[in-house]
Design a protein around this ligand. Structure first.
Ligand SMILES: N[C@@H](CCC(=O)N[C@@H](CS)C(=O)NCC(=O)O)C(=O)O
Length: 194
């Protein structure tokens, strides 16, 4: 989404995380997605670094600048740290059989760590960037989407109306639709600049 928002043309290659292709491992031995290879061959293998590369310069619309506020950096840290840890342990309990918390306790911690502070922020502004989005919206939204879809029936009963409205808005946005098209496996697909 950051690449599209920045109007940068790129090729996307869909990979199966259950059967990681050698081409991915060769680019990035840690083999998590996303991975971005630049024309000079250099590789960026952390999503926030990819977002920075896409949006920071030039930053005509301020998507990167607005993400640098202490409140947004704090949310990013919560998202990438404790929230993802609890989300994974709720979503994939079979992968973490010896944990001390039940899956539902992880779900509740995830609410406390991210969803409640996010709700407080979004009650006073439509986006984390204020009246318009910023890089933090892009970094956090996909994981809130994951969280909401683990148990949608439970999620709609939670008292986070502003988070739901924000998430629903992203899910119908042209930017999200452009990213979520189904790609053929392991074939480079060129995305035009928007
Ligand atoms: N800190 C990394 C995390 C990336 C990450 O964990 N991606 C997941 C998909 S959302 C992944 O590749 N999982 C496969 C694996 O860990 O083997 C980033 O933000 O780029």
């Amino acid at each position: 989404m950051a690449l599209l928002q920045a109007g940068r043309a790129f090729e996307a290659v869909e990979v199966s995380l259950r059967d990681k292709p050698a081409s991915l491992l060769a680019l990035s031995p840690k083999a998590t997605v996303p991975v971005l290879q630049l024309p000079d061959g250099s590789v960026i293998e952390e999503s926030w670094d990819i977002i920075r590369w896409a949006l920071a310069a030039p930053d005509a619309l301020g998507w990167w600048a607005r993400a640098q506020s202490p409140a947004n950096l704090d949310l990013l840290q919560r998202n990438d740290g404790d929230f993802k840890r609890h989300l994974d342990r709720w979503k994939y309990p079979q992968r973490y059989p010896s944990g001390s918390l039940t899956p539902d306790a992880h779900r509740d911690r995830a609410m406390d760590v991210l969803l409640q502070p996010l709700e407080a922020r979004l009650q006073s502004a439509a986006f984390l960037g204020g009246a318009t989005p910023c890089a933090t919206d892009l970094a956090v939204m996909p994981f809130v989407r994951q969280f909401a879809s683990v148990d949608p029936g439970w999620f709609v009963t939670q008292n986070v109306p502003s988070v739901r409205a924000w998430l629903d808005g992203w899910l119908v946005s042209p930017l999200f639709a452009a990213c979520m098209c189904k790609l053929p496996a392991q074939e480079a697909i060129r995305f035009p600049s928007l």
